[in-house]
Write a protein of this length. Structure first.
Length: 95
């Protein structure tokens, strides 16, 4: 199972297109599970509303429920918790 998940969710880069693709993959697997009666909790960073709405529509079109939870956290706390340095790499890329 771990190998299959690694194939589906290859390491995404921080570009918008890669983030959107990853959210669509998470949504696809969540949809398959939920329409077969499996409860799904997915945790993903998804800064773009458009792709979240796309996944929501896909899941609800099968009659499943979609609940989105928004968590706000100060950037200082995020940077402090970012053990991989992802936020700093992203910031350098934007500069």
């Amino acid at each position: 199972m771990v190998t299959r998940c690694a194939q589906i969710f290859r390491r995404a880069r921080l570009f918008k297109e890669d983030r959107d693709t990853n959210i669509r993959r998470i949504g696809y697997v969540s949809r398959l599970l939920s329409r077969n009666g499996v409860g799904v909790i997915a945790s993903a960073i998804s800064p773009y509303r458009e792709v979240r709405d796309e996944v929501r529509q896909s899941i609800t079109s099968d009659g499943s429920e979609f609940i989105e939870v928004y968590v706000q956290c100060p950037i200082e706390v995020l940077v402090e918790r970012d053990v991989k340095g992802t936020l700093q790499k992203s910031a350098r890329r934007r500069d």
